[in-house]
Design a protein around this ligand. Structure first.
Ligand SMILES: Nc1nc2c(ncn2[C@@H]2O[C@H](COP(=O)(O)O)[C@@H](O)[C@H]2O)c(=O)[nH]1
Ligand code: MN
Length: 267
């Protein structure tokens, strides 16, 4: 616990089991974006040079209006689909927990999407790899403490719930995780000893039973399995401590609670 009053106000207490769910729209948003880009190109005025940086703006002219509207609808649908995914994953986790431990009480602390845009106050803030971190407000359920900011670490490190400060220079935003230390492909090249140490420390269960001697004999299958595990292993992610210190030091968000991982399910 870093901030008792805020933690208690959000229903977080020492020893509580917290379920964290991370899912987006499973490529629907990506597809909406690809289709949107195609449409922007198809209505782009002849003779107007396209921006050299690859970012295609929707023009605010009448001719672009239908394409713009369809893009915003598709993007909104993808965002709603992502909320639905998180909702159903949470229900599945709750029912699995109830089946194992009996009925428990739980309530939602926050649903914080990232990689979305937020329109309002005459501007649009597109948070790519970032999450909202609004500060105190005159009204609203989170006004008194600031907005909950969820910063996950990795499956082997703590995650944090912080309270946003609404820092104007950060556009009331914070990072949405510790972030990768090494890019996806590069982490697969990490040492075999590190992976062995990880498998020793963590009980890793996958659909493929690597303890089965028949599976363990298949060098090709085992190599692919180990490559996949390395992508998500704790060392592929940055140390969460300095990330949280930076958020606090920069006045972006203050830690409320630290969550220690008990069980991680990756899909
Ligand atoms: N608590 C956990 N956090 C994790 C795990 N794997 C990754 N992460 C963190 O999440 C963020 C966001 O991920 P992204 O896919 O949207 O970029 C990432 O920066 C990691 O720090 C995990 O297994 N458990
Ligand atoms: Mn994500």
């Amino acid at each position: 616990m870093h901030d008792g009053p805020a933690a208690y106000a959000w229903g977080l207490s020492p020893g509580a089991i917290v379920l964290m769910v991370h899912s987006g729209s499973l490529s629907l948003g990506h597809q909406a974006n690809a289709t949107g880009r195609h449409r922007v190109r198809s209505v782009w005025p002849a003779g107007l040079p396209m921006p050299g940086n690859g970012i295609l703006p929707f023009l605010l002219d009448e001719r672009s209006e239908p394409a713009r509207r369809r893009y915003l609808d598709a993007f909104g649908n993808a965002a709603n689909f992502a909320v639905g995914n998180r909702f159903f994953l949470a229900l599945m986790m709750r029912s699995a927990l109830a089946a194992a431990c009996g009925e428990t009480s739980s309530r939602l602390v926050y649903d914080a999407p990232h990689n979305l845009f937020w329109a309002g106050d005459g501007r649009v803030v597109h948070r790519k790899g970032a999450t909202p971190a609004g500060g105190f407000a005159e009204s609203g359920p989170y006004g008194m403490w600031g907005e909950p900011v969820i910063v996950p670490g990795s499956m082997g490190a703590p995650s944090y719930v912080l309270r946003g400060s609404g820092h104007p220079r950060a556009l009331a935003s914070a990072c949405h995780g510790a972030g990768r230390r090494v890019p996806r492909g590069a982490s697969a090249k990490a040492g075999e000893e590190e992976l062995d140490a990880f498998l020793w420390e963590f009980r890793v269960v996958t659909p493929l039973n690597h303890r089965d001697p028949g599976v363990a004999r298949r060098a090709d299958v085992m190599a692919a399995w180990r490559r996949d595990l390395k992508q998500e292993a704790p060392w592929a992610y940055k140390d969460i401590g300095p990330v949280v210190s930076s958020l606090r030091g920069a006045g972006v968000a203050d830690p409320v609670v630290e969550l220690r991982p008990l069980l991680t399910v990756k899909g």
